[in-house]
Design a protein around this ligand. Structure first.
Ligand SMILES: Nc1nc2c(c(=O)[nH]1)N[C@H]1C(S)=C(S)[C@@H](COP(=O)(O)OP(=O)(O)OC[C@H]3O[C@@H](n4cnc5c(=O)[nH]c(N)nc54)[C@H](O)[C@@H]3O)O[C@H]1N2
Ligand SMILES: Nc1nc2c(c(=O)[nH]1)N[C@H]1C(S)=C(S)[C@@H](COP(=O)(O)OP(=O)(O)OC[C@H]3O[C@@H](n4cnc5c(=O)[nH]c(N)nc54)[C@H](O)[C@@H]3O)O[C@H]1N2
Ligand code: SF4
Ligand SMILES: [Mo]
Length: 771
């Protein structure tokens, strides 16, 4: 135990140090990947894992008999390259998970929680893998070891003490396997709550809502191979060079087949300019492929006027020569055509173009590609999903696809590119806060209990419930809720209100330091690690961004013998809670994953013989859009929709800020301090700004500023950012998340999907007052 004096009040900062390191600014890189990408990948791997662990793991990542990359959800090709089917960021994620730096009881004895909270997020992550279960007791300032059974019992006791099951909240981050997520979701329901917020609420929820309402399924419709022969691919609000790097290889194939690629983004992101494929001789020797044919530098959250301008121009061309829109498709499969056309007439074309901020010549080029193309794909990510009107924005892009009949046929369709490697699978197996009638019926039939029929809380609802003291137990299956959610100060207060917080984690993060009165850290196996029971190596399954389910089997020796799989942990807690008196045999499920998969097959829609079918290349879950089956929609037709223009009134001194990812991070996990492609080195507290705006504000390069948002009379400030002149639309700003999350008001989110407005925050800038 610690010799420090116990205190009942733990005053712990949820911010890291805000002193600067040594910022260096260079020209943004115009070339992505290439041998530099390979070099960076190997550099990280060797540093964290050593050469001996690196090679076997890298060779097995994304291979048929290996494990699914723990980083993003981009799919693997059906015939993976036997040597290397991964990218620099996949390798970094693996190195981060498989690091040989470990922390256990000694580490927590050495550092109090308060001392740990003074480190930056980068340093906290760099301490290494968590190796044994730890508890932070109510009267203590240090975490101390606890046995697994005791930890399970502690959780069960807290849950039994609740007045209502809705006082417990179960968050999921998207790295959990299907098996773990399924058991977890079913345990929450067996307890009696649908309080199942997940990272998707902050991520692609807007896509799910928009696609369900227009096409009848909340997932994308394209398969990887569809990209290869598309005639036009629009990439809107996504930075694939950093966040989905192997997507660039698919785009390269499209280019080689004569396809056109259009980037729609306030920033000209490197991967889309020139890509050197490290898997080809051309890429290694230097040539590279220019990917984007046209870049439309849209202003932040002005995609709706942009798409409306495109639609108006296409409609005019269609009137002249009926070949532009697919009228057979429109007539047979859609509704709302006349209304949409009449509505478009109301808008003034030059006003729309003016709002969007793009040049008409570039726009016309894109219109000419679209007018003659039949095979069109729209890809998007957070640049479309994290605004107040995100659902409407995505529907506007769906309008384009429907008018062109580019839905439900090869090389065409919707491609929301998912973030976390299994975020889509988690939802498919039941991680959702709303009630799904069909799912409830199947639970009743196959698991033998009655799930609750009232909705639970999503991420925003969870923050509010904890803040108002309505929730007492907060459990997280992975993730870093404190830093990922909006309004960091509000969220920190909310979490501290809980009696018990439980984090099932691989690495230390700030959510282990800002906690409920009692806190548990339950360390778990990473996806790259062997999961062995009674000498048998077990495997799990995941679903990628395009709906294919595959098996994933770790290959590395685990960071510690004390680790348990997420499945065992959830089963252990459920078993301690129900003490064997429940229709589900939780204990057996934690031991034999085939039993879990049998239940997934029965309860989750579309899963079939998963234990067998997920092997090798795996199998696709059903997708009605691929079949042009819109029978689930009210009139059995896909919906063309009328969407209002975004209303963004900025005061003279206000700017629109988007919070984005650097090349050296995975969400809240900071791998390093560089953002190579954007030319930023050794610093994360930077603010990208147009030179004209800098002049207007009297700010020189590297001036230190504070950022303040003001919503509903509440001012929120993030301190000390260095200004970097950048090619970004005037009036728009960019800075990294999570440093900017304190600026995002908890009660401002997308209509319908309730995703925080992390990509369009109105802020003011002032010279820094912080010391
Ligand atoms: N290496 C790495 N890979 C990752 C992640 C990571 O952190 N690191 N995170 C994973 C996760 S969970 C996710 S969700 C994805 C995120 O993948 P992305 O969505 O690519 O990530 P962001 O950095 O949020 O980038 C958003 C992009 O949208 C643009 N943008 C912002 N606002 C607008 C707008 O209004 N309109 C348009 N058209 N564009 C806009 C920004 O300039 C930026 O290029 O990546 C996944 N993969
Ligand atoms: N301002 C702003 N905020 C955002 C966003 C934004 O663009 N701007 N993006 C949002 C998006 S898209 C997302 S998805 C969320 C991300 O939110 P989260 O998913 O909650 O956050 P992560 O940073 O991905 O979680 C990292 C932690 O997960 C744990 N972990 C890693 N691997 C495993 C594993 O295999 N098992 C378990 N149990 N734990 C593991 C580690 O302890 C690590 O510290 O953030 C959102 N927040
Ligand atoms: S593209 Fe995504 S899934 Fe594929 S190797 Fe890179 S990080 Fe991993
Ligand atoms: Mo995400």
């Amino acid at each position: 135990m610690s010799d420090q004096k116990p205190s009942t009040e733990r005053k712990v900062s949820h911010r890291g140090p805000d002193d600067f390191s040594d910022l260096q600014i260079r020209e943004p890189m115009r070339i992505a990947a290439g041998t530099q990408g390979v070099y960076q990948a190997l550099k990280h791997s060797f540093k964290e894992m050593g050469v001996i662990r690196s090679f076997p793991a890298l060779f097995k990542m994304n291979q048929k008999d290996g494990f699914d990359c723990p980083s993003c959800a981009w799919p693997d090709p059906e015939s993976p390259s036997p040597i290397a089917e991964y990218c620099e960021n996949g390798a970094k994620a693996l190195a981060d998970e498989a690091t040989t730096s470990h922390i256990g009881a000694d580490f927590f004895r050495k550092y109090s929680v308060e001392e740990l909270s003074r480190f930056s997020d980068y340093q906290i992550n760099a301490f290494g893998r968590l190796t044994e279960p730890m508890v932070l007791r109510e009267d203590s300032v240090h975490y101390e070891p606890i046995g697994w059974e005791e930890a399970y019992q502690m959780i069960a006791d807290h849950l039994h003490r609740l007045d209502h099951p809705d006082e417990a909240i179960f968050y999921t981050s998207g790295r959990s396997s299907n098996e773990a997520a399924f058991l977890y979701g079913m345990f929450a329901r067996a307890l009696g709550t649908n309080n199942l917020p997940d990272c998707s609420n902050m991520c692609h929820e807007s896509s799910g809502v928009a696609l369900s309402e227009t096409l009848g399924i909340g997932k994308g419709s394209v398969k990887l191979e569809d990209l290869y022969e598309a005639e036009v691919i629009l990439i809107a609000g996504q930075n694939p060079g950093t966040n989905h790097p192997r997507m660039l290889s698919a785009l390269e194939k499209c280019k080689q087949n004569g396809g056109k690629i259009v980037s729609i983004n306030p920033l000209l992101e490197s991967g889309l300019v020139n890509f050197r494929n490290p898997q080809t001789a051309k890429g290694i020797l230097g040539g590279g492929t220019q990917l984007a044919d046209v870049h439309l530098p849209v202003r932040i959250n002005q995609d709706i006027p942009l798409v409306k301008a495109i639609l108006k121009k296409l409609a005019a061309l269609d009137k002249e020569n009926k070949g532009v829109f697919d009228h057979d498709f429109i007539q047979q499969y859609t509704e709302g055509y006349e209304t949409l056309m009449t509505n478009l007439e109301q808008y003034d074309l030059s006003e729309l173009i003016g709002m969007s901020g793009v040049g008409e010549a570039e726009l016309d080029e894109v219109v000419s590609f679209l007018a003659r193309a039949e095979k069109i794909i729209v890809c998007w990510a957070m640049g479309l999903t994290q605004h107040k009107n995100s659902v409407a924005t995505i529907k506007e892009y769906v309008n384009l696809l429907l008018l062109k009949g580019a839905i439900g046929k090869p090389n065409s369709g919707t491609c929301p590119v998912r973030g976390h490697s299994n975020v889509q699978g988690d939802r498919s197996v039941g991680i959702m806060h709303y009630v799904n009638k069909g799912l409830n019926e199947r639970i009743e039939k196959h698991l033998g209990f009655t799930p609750p029929d009232h909705p639970g809380v999503d991420v925003v609802g969870a923050m509010e419930a904890m803040h108002q003291g309505r929730a007492k137990v907060f459990m997280c299956l992975g993730g870093n809720f404190l830093m990922a959610a909006s309004d960091t100060d509000y969220t920190a207060k909310a979490i501290k209100n809980c009696n018990l917080t439980v984090q099932v984690s691989t690495k230390l993060n700030r959510s282990h330091l800002i906690t409920g009165k009692t806190a548990l850290i339950l360390p778990t196996l990473g996806r790259s690690e062997k999961d062995i029971r009674d000498g048998v190596e077990r495997e799990v399954t995941t679903e990628n961004s395009m709906g294919r389910v595959r098996a994933s089997k770790g290959v590395l020796k685990p960071a510690s013998d004390s680790l348990k799989s997420e499945i065992e942990i959830v089963a252990g807690i459920a078993n301690a809670y129900f003490k064997g008196e429940h229709s589900v045999d939780w204990k057996a499920m934690g031991e034999d994953y085939n039993l879990v998969r049998e239940k997934i097959d029965q309860v989750a829609k579309g899963f079939e013989k998963t234990s067998e079918s997920a092997k090798g290349v795996g199998y696709y879950l059903p997708n009605n859009v691929r079949e042009r089956d819109f029978s689930k929609l009210p009139n059995g037709r896909a919906k063309l929709t009328v969407n209002p223009l975004p209303d963004h009134h900025l005061e003279e001194d206000e700017f629109m800020l988007m919070t984005i990812r650097s090349h050296d991070q995975f969400n809240t996990t900071v791998y390093g301090l560089d953002d190579r492609y954007r030319g930023i080195y050794k610093e994360r507290r930077v603010l990208f700004m147009h030179p004209a705006d800098m002049e207007k504000m009297g700010l020189k390069k590297e001036a230190v500023v504070d950022l303040t948002s003001s919503y509903d009379g509440v001012k929120r400030t993030a301190y000390k950012f260095k200004v970097v002149p950048y090619d970004i639309p005037a009036g728009n700003l960019a800075a990294y998340f999570p440093e900017t999350n304190p600026l995002v008001p908890h009660n401002h989110f997308a209509e319908k999907s309730r995703t925080p407005i992390s990509k369009s925050i109105k802020i003011r800038i002032s010279k820094s007052t912080a010391e």
